[in-house]
Design a protein around this ligand. Structure first.
Ligand code: PLP
Length: 568
């Protein structure tokens, strides 16, 4: 007999067999009277809160069948919800109430007269606001409290679907995409094997084929993996490139490598440097290639950086070209970069996390000419295509992802399964379990068709053009670049100063001051940053399909109003 004290629960389970497992009897546990007393005490507090009007929306709860049952059935151990015996009714009411909260939130998010955010400092949220406490207790909370918590969580968050939210590259809320996310969460499966996710795996396959044909790749060339974000995708691309040139690295590690060099532009996303750091290549091995005034990599500078890296005894192997830089939205000259990569025998990656969506538009896709020559591509449907987070994919060479990452875990990827195991795609990933990102994208594609995505992308670009022309006609704004629309607000005092360091110092403080006040008031939100020799400027990005020209006007009027108030 194995001493049970050393065993995990699952081993005990295996030794004893299913019927002996203590969990099997759980739904029939009797609730001790002291637990019921605590439960009533909590409900009483809540009742008081309802009566004081703090949560008026819940007054109707007192009449609901759910309310009645929650008083009768103790919430300790969640015996009131499925899978508890007879838990259907309570579960239904709980989820319906949650749905009401979510629907109210969605309507509010899309209502222009509601705030984008209700800002509080971290210490205020930590201390607790109007009964909303982040602290975890030893005692369970009842379902009513959990619903109030859900509502408060949304209340103190940021409404990224709001038409006046311009702060990030990924914004908006697509109702079909949301439905897809709900379905995914309900299925709560893992997308590593066909065995456990048959439909989702095939959907991934279909979507990849679609995206590859849009890129201009043949079926044979294409491959891919969905992963949690553009940063991860870019990491995969460096991993793949390194494996392509130095396959021994997978087993022998760093000893199999010469000192390596990566090349990317000064305007590229930080994830390229981070990938080099994570993969043991070192962030100092990343050569930052100079850009022109518009933020595009200069091909001649790329060539000279490759030569510099070589002269330092490093082995360049990877070039990242960005299609849609984070701040300016600039697109590197992909064909010129592809020519250089071919000449030097380097892996060309295109980080189209932001710009990939343009491929869906006949009007804008020529901006990404040459992308089909890349060895790997990052494309974030959760940015320009407004698919819920996270939906990102890396497209790369056929077969290489599998070769590079597979470890053939025998408990998961058995070769003798009774179906075509090439659909067990999970070993391409560096993860084990993987969230199903594909369904919301697939469902949205079904709902809109490629044409729907095309008009969505065109709409965002039209908003950007509109803002650009508005700014051009106003003298209290100045544009460093347009694509993503970047601009300074110039208070009269700054506008009247001669160009030079003193003016730059003053101008540098304008955007943070306006943004702080904007967040306190909460009616709109936009990002700012410095870049290179340019002091803090606003960056307006458009990916929210709900945003209209009137919202763009509102943003400009707000910046002007806040600017005047601060600098009058
Ligand atoms: C060009 C580019 N690449 C990669 C990323 C990283 O994407 P994620 O935030 O999904 O990791 C971003 C994010 O802004 C980006 O702009």
């Amino acid at each position: 007999m194995v001493p049970v004290g050393f065993l995990t629960h699952s081993v005990v389970f295996w030794l004893c067999g299913v019927t002996d497992c203590p969990c099997a009897t759980l739904p029939h546990v009797q609730v001790p009277p002291f637990v019921l007393r605590q439960h009533y005490a909590k409900n009483k507090n809540l009742e008081n809160r309802f009566l004081t009007g703090k949560h008026l929306e819940y007054s109707k709860w007192k009449r609901s069948p759910y309310k009645h049952q929650s008083n009768v059935i103790c919430s300790f151990l969640r015996l009131d919800l499925l899978p508890a015996k007879n838990g259907e009714e309570v579960t239904k009411h709980f989820l319906q109430e949650l749905l009401n909260i979510l629907l109210a939130y969605i309507s509010k998010s899309l209502n222009r007269s509601s705030k984008v955010l209700d800002f509080h400092h971290p210490h205020q949220l930590k201390e607790g606001l109007e009964g909303f406490s982040l602290e975890l207790q030893d005692q369970p909370d009842n379902l009513e409290q959990l619903l109030v918590d859900c509502q408060d969580t949304l209340k103190y968050g940021v409404k990224t679907a709001h038409p006046c939210f311009f702060n990030q590259l990924s914004t908006g809320l697509d109702i079909i995409g949301l439905a897809g996310e709900w379905v995914t969460s309900t299925a709560n499966t893992n997308i590593f094997t066909y065995e456990i996710a048959p439909v989702f795996i095939l959907m991934e396959d279909i979507i990849f084929k679609k995206m590859h044909s849009i890129i201009g790749w043949s079926e044979k060339e294409g491959d891919g993996i969905f992963c949690p974000g553009g940063t991860m995708s870019n990491l995969y691309s460096v991993l793949l490139a390194r494996y392509h040139f130095f396959p021994r690295v997978k087993t022998a590690g760093m000893l199999a490598l010469p000192p390596l060099a990566l090349l990317t532009s000064t305007h590229s996303h930080f994830s390229i440097k981070k990938s080099a750091a994570v993969l043991g290549i070192g962030s100092e091995s990343v050569f930052l290639v100079k850009c022109d005034e518009r933020g595009k990599m200069i091909p001649k500078e790329l060539e000279s950086s490759i030569r510099t890296a070589k002269s330092k005894g490093l082995v360049p192997f990877y070039v990242n070209a960005t299609a849609g830089t984070t701040v300016y939205g600039a697109i590197d000259p992909l064909n010129d970069i592809a020519d250089i990569c071919e000449r030097f025998g380097l892996w060309m990656h295109v980080d189209a996390a932001w710009g990939g969506g343009l491929l869906l538009s006949k009007r804008h896709r020529m901006k990404l000419q040459g992308i089909d020559r890349a060895s790997s591509i990052t494309w974030n449907p959760h940015k320009m295509m407004a698919v819920g987070k996270a939906a990102d994919c890396l497209c790369g060479c056929q077969g290489l992802l599998q070769e590079c990452n597979q470890l053939c875990a025998e408990y998961l990827f058995q070769p003798d399964k009774h179906y075509d195991v090439s659909y067990d795609t999970g070993d391409k990933s560096i993860q084990c379990g993987r969230h199903v990102d594909i369904f919301k994208l697939w469902l949205m594609w079904k709902a809109k068709g490629s044409e729907g995505f095309e008009s969505q992308v065109n709409h965002c670009l039209e908003n950007a053009e509109y803002l650009y022309y508005k700014l051009k006609s106003r003298k209290d704004f100045q544009l460093p670049e347009h694509s993503n629309v970047c601009f300074w607000y110039l208070p009269t005092s700054v506008r009247n100063m001669p160009p030079g360091p003193e003016r730059d110092r003053e101008l540098h403080m304008v955007a943070p001051k306006i943004k702080a006040k904007m967040m306190e008031e909460g009616m709109t939100m936009i990002g700012y940053q410095p870049l290179g020799d340019k002091v803090n400027f606003f960056r307006c990005v458009f990916s929210n399909p709900a945003t209209q020209k009137e919202d763009v006007d509102f943003l400009l009027d707000e910046i002007t109003r806040l600017g005047r108030e601060l600098y009058s």
